[in-house]
Design a protein around this ligand. Sequence first.
Ligand SMILES: [Zn+2]
Length: 114
Amino acid sequence: MLKIPEEGKLIDAGKFYREVYRTYTIAKDRFTGVDKADLPDFVRFGEAVTGLIGELAYDFVPADAKLVVHGKWLAREYEDGGSPYVLFHCSECDYPNARQRAYCPECGAKMDRV
Ligand SMILES: [Zn+2]
């Protein structure tokens, strides 16, 4: 049964690619000499490679990084004794801010330019 890595797991794509290629080479060598007209062997080859790649994705050491949460500043109008003003609220945590910063100071979300 194929194990599926958890969502949001960050890995080093370059290292992963090199390991996938190395694994593919090993798997391919096992099938050297197999009659290419023999479809069941190719299906087994494909399943073997797919399974090995899946195991790599599950077991690969995570990169030393955090998932970036993206948010937007949402303008909300207020009124204070007849003088209206606007605060920008973080779409991720609703933190109010007087100006639109690049990051939310409360939750750290990276704010996408609208
Ligand atoms: Zn926030």
